[in-house]
Design a protein around this ligand. Structure first.
Ligand code: F6P
Length: 326
């Protein structure tokens, strides 16, 4: 195996707070270990176009506190094609890049797996998504910030909900996962949570809300994960209202606000640890693996596992919502 002289770093898929902290850690650790670093703009799209930038240490100054990603991000259709990947390989070869750190989600890691198979380019993945749905890590980069942003919004919604004796359905992100919703439901003191990992029963939901109404709760909050099989917050609100109309009802969709903002302390530290660890892993010859944190310690999961399995919802936490909402 040739000694690593030049590596690249890129962010791909949905951006997540903490990505900049991770880019900074990759760059600084690589330079510290005598390796050159190139930043790839716009994920695999930029790799195909050769949209590269040499990253010296000062280029990542003053970014640890910033949300988004200085390298920009994209979801690439072209990289799904053999021709696209061939072009990306030629660009990497031309730039002298031997290996790369890919910060993103399962789509990013699937791309890296095929790329390695076809062209032998070494890759270590960093779990960067607010959804926290990746198998092989306790937390993904951006999740902690996203739930704090969502809770800030839910606290504010609670003020107005209570003033007007209203029932609010608050929709949070998570594509097809309920981790953001579940955390927000517990921390936001919600009456109920609706997530794709469990079958949604509208009658049960109404029973919970009715109980609250008869126990003189003046307002109520239901957190809805955007990917729930019964629909989004507007759908759930309509279904509930058809049978239970005691409360004046409103819907709030938090949307992309959850993806932005300054990363929390946790995400800055997580990004820093994973970025440093990813470079060390490349230098140690590791490939095709996602670096993560398991029980607080750095861990590695093959891409094949990280992309195949889904992180499981903790059923005890679901029960917590039920117990605490009486
Ligand atoms: O995967 C992160 C995420 O924010 C999901 O929670 C959400 O469903 C999706 O990305 C939105 O993607 P886009 O920004 O492309 O609309």
């Amino acid at each position: 195996m040739a000694e690593l002289k030049k590596i690249a770093v890129m962010t791909s898929g949905g951006d997540a707070p903490g990505m900049n902290a991770c880019i900074r850690a990759v760059v600084r650790n690589a330079i510290f270990k005598g390796v050159e670093v190139v930043g790839i703009h716009r994920g695999y799209e930029g790799m195909i176009d050769g949209d590269f930038e040499n990253l010296e240490s000062h280029k990542v100054s003053n970014i640890i506190q910033r949300g988004g990603t200085i390298l920009k991000s994209a979801r690439s259709e072209r990289f799904r094609t053999k021709e696209g990947r061939q072009k990306a390989f030629e660009q990497m070869k031309f730039a002298g890049v031997q290996a790369f750190v890919a910060i993103g989600g399962d789509g990013t890691f699937r791309g890296a797996t095929v790329f390695e198979k076809e062209h032998g380019i070494q890759c270590i993945g960093v779990p960067g998504t607010i959804d926290n749905d990746l198998f092989g890590t306790d937390y993904t980069l951006g999740f902690d910030t996203a739930i704090n942003t969502a809770i800030d919004a839910i606290d504010k919604i609670r003020d107005t909900a209570d003033s007007h004796n209203r029932l609010f359905f608050v929709e949070v992100m998570g594509r097809d996962a309920g981790f953001i919703a579940l955390s927000c439901a517990i921390a936001g003191g919600a009456e109920a949570v609706v997530i794709p990992e469990t079958e949604t029963n509208i009658d049960n939901l109404i029973t919970i809300l009715e109980k609250g109404w008869y126990h003189k709760k003046s307002s109520a909050i239901v957190v809805v994960a955007e990917g729930d099989e019964a629909g989004g917050a507007y759908d759930i609100a309509r279904l509930v209202k058809e049978k239970f109309s005691e409360y004046d009802t409103r819907v709030a969709i938090l949307g992309h606000i959850q993806r932005g903002g300054n990363p929390s302390v946790y995400d800055r530290i997580l990004g820093s640890r994973l970025g440093v660890g990813a470079v060390d892993a490349l230098l140690a010859g590791r490939r095709n693996e996602m670096i993560g944190v398991t029980n607080g310690k750095i861990s590695f999961t093959p891409f094949s596992k990280a992309t195949k399995h889904h992180q499981e919802i903790n059923k005890n936490l679901l029960q917590l919502v039920e117990i605490l909402s009486i």
